[in-house]
Write a protein that binds this ligand. Structure first.
Ligand code: NAP
Length: 255
């Protein structure tokens, strides 16, 4: 049995994760932390207000679905207290990854960071990387609910970076947004990324490739937060056995 603590337990993802952990035969929902929601109930769990609750509940693994400005502080605390971490919160930058790599492994606890735990999104990124070898011209359109804190999404950034790395040529997207700055999206390593925020959406992404006489669209839609749960459970079960820092769900899926 793995004792799990959930950070951001009262949030939208946190509640789903608490439900899934409580229902799993090999996992125990040991604690949930969410400072502004202390005392609230998530199923049978009473939400705690401070990280100490993880240590007192004997959590071996913590999973973080909080906010970009909270996640690194939580991760440092867990790793300093001998607790492995699984991070789903987006907005983790390359400096943060470097820091996490330094804080993990070598007898210290481990970390898994995945900007997207949905298997379909992992495949979308893999297929986009493949297409980028044959189509240089590509743009990413990500669409999310209006309460999302960061833009572009972690998945869009990861996709753009993988496309940039896989490109054979040096196609430069035309700018052309002098009258309305921003109309052409953000430039992520030469790949234009467009972020749409609307009520009614959850998490969606299109990667659009263009070439002479043809267009290829690779699209993924997460229509419910349960899409992320199998990937989160896989990471919770794997993190104790993966020394150091693991980035991306794909590493856990490859045989
Ligand atoms: P949410 O509903 O706003 O939940 C976040 C929760 O964390 C809130 O209850 C928030 O409390 C709480 N929180 C804030 N600071 C905290 C801290 N220091 N310690 C513990 N809890 C804290 O957001 P969400 O939709 O669940 O998304 C959470 C994160 O996961 C976002 O970064 C999102 O992009 C990401 N996400 C990732 C995946 C993936 O597959 N990797 C999938 C979905 C979402 P307040 O209400 O007081 O702020």
């Amino acid at each position: 049995m793995i004792r799990v603590g959930v950070l951001g337990a009262a949030g939208r993802m946190g509640r789903e994760v608490c439900r899934a952990v409580a229902a799993a035969d090999d996992l125990v929902l040991a604690a949930g932390v969410d400072p502004h929601h202390r005392g609230e109930r998530v199923g049978d769990l009473e939400v705690a207000g401070a990280l100490d609750a993880l240590a007192s509940a004997g959590a071996e693994v913590a999973v973080d679905f909080t906010r970009p400005d909270a996640v690194m502080g939580n991760a440092r605390w867990c790793l300093d207290h001998g607790i492995h971490v699984v991070i789903g919160t987006t907005g983790i930058g390359s400096q943060d990854l470097e820091e996490l790599a330094g804080l993990t492994g070598g007898g210290r606890p481990n970390a898994i960071v995945a900007p997207n735990f949905a298997i379909g999104a992992v495949l979308m990124m893999r297929f986009a990387e493949e297409a980028a070898r044959l189509f240089d011209a590509a743009e990413v359109v990500e669409l999310h609910h209006d309460a999302k804190a960061d833009a572009p999404s972690g998945t869009a950034l990861a996709t753009a970076r993988r496309i940039a790395a896989a490109r054979e040529g040096a196609w430069r997207a035309p700018a052309g947004d002098r009258s309305y700055p921003g109309a052409r999206g953000a430039d992520v390593e030469g790949v234009r990324v467009h972020a749409v925020r609307l009520p009614g959406l959850l998490a969606h992404q299109e990667v659009v490739f263009g070439g002479p006489g043809q267009v290829l669209v690779i699209r993924h839609d997460a229509t419910d937060r349960t899409a992320f749960i199998p990937g989160v459970l896989l990471a919770l079960r794997a993190v104790r056995e993966r020394p150091g820092l693991t980035v991306g769900l794909e590493a856990l899926l490859s045989r």
